[in-house]
Design a protein around this ligand. Structure first.
Ligand SMILES: *[C@@H]1O[C@H](CO)[C@@H](O)[C@H](O)[C@H]1NC(C)=O
Ligand SMILES: *[C@@H]1O[C@H](CO)[C@@H](O)[C@H](O)[C@H]1NC(C)=O
Length: 266
């Protein structure tokens, strides 16, 4: 370039000085500017290149550093994740153990509750059974007492009926007895009247068969009669004047007769 300029300068050297100066002045400055610009551009280029290399180097270094950091970061992350996982695992295990323990306790509690419930149920059933039994027994006792009462009542009724029947029978017997005695008395009085009427003085002879018959009949009647009718009989004999007759003891009309209960003097 310098040579080119010098050549131009030599070409122009033939011009006058002023022209030359003017030329130099006119062409030199731009030239210089151009040279300077070129230099600057070259330098700039160099600088750019250098910068570029430096940038690349820097970026390489940065990338390397980033990679290292990233690796370290990744390692750290991995470690953190591992620790996290282990922690999680431990937590899970503890949680499971806790759950298992809780479940076991719950189961034991449930079992205990069920056992208590069963005991309570059994007790309830037992009480119910006792109550039922007591009710049944009470009912049976009540039934038994009622039956016994009815039996007693029917027994009492039967006893009463028996008593009444017995009483009736006794009354009948007494009536019958009374009737019989009455008949005996009436028959005796009839016989006595017949003897008195038909055999008047004859039968009063102690040795006559009529006297003997009267003696026999009197003894038989007195034996059969009751005190009241005996009294009537004896009074009849008095009234008929038969007891006034003088007789030996053995021939007396009342000899060896039953005079129990007779009231004399009527
Ligand atoms: C039934 O009678 C018997 C005696 O005859 C007596 O001991 C019993 O208490 C009576 N029962 C009732 C329910 O009256
Ligand atoms: C006499 O009659 C009475 C009843 O009136 C009787 O109790 C008594 O046993 C009789 N006596 C004799 C010796 O039969």
């Amino acid at each position: 370039m310098n040579s080119l300029a010098r050549e131009r300068l030599n070409q122009h050297y033939c011009l006058n000085k002023r022209d030359c100066l003017e030329l130099v002045y006119n062409a030199g400055i731009p030239l210089m500017i151009g040279v300077v610009s070129l230099w600057i551009a070259i330098n700039q280029q160099k600088l750019d290149k250098s910068n570029h290399a430096q940038d690349i180097q820097l970026s390489n270094a940065e990338r390397t550093q980033d990679r290292v950091i990233a690796r370290l970061q990744r390692d750290e992350d991995r470690e953190t994740a591992r620790l996290q996982r282990e922690e999680d695992k431990t937590m899970t295990r503890l949680q499971r153990e806790e759950d298992q323990r809780t479940a076991r306790l719950q189961r034991e509690e449930d079992r205990e509750a069920a056992r208590l419930q069963r005991l309570e149920d059994k007790e309830t059933v037992r009480l119910q059974r006792e109550l039922d039994l007591k009710i049944t027994i009470d009912k049976r006792i009540q039934d038994y007492e009622l039956a016994e009462l009815q039996r007693n009542m029917s027994e009492q009724q039967r006893a009463q009926e028996l008593e009444i029947a017995h009483q009736n029978r006794i009354n009948d017997l007494l009536l019958e007895d009374g009737r019989q005695k009455e008949n005996v008395l009436l028959e005796y009085q009839d016989d006595l009247a017949t003897l008195l009427l038909e055999y008047g003085s004859l039968f009063k002879d102690p040795k006559s068969k009529w006297w003997f018959i009267l003696q026999m009949k009197t003894a038989a009647a007195l034996r059969q009669l009751d005190p009241q009718r005996r009294t009537v009989l004896v009074n009849t004999l008095f009234d008929a004047g038969i007891l006034d007759l003088e007789r030996d003891r053995s021939q007396s009309l009342l000899y060896r007769t039953n005079l129990s209960g007779v009231e004399f003097g009527y």
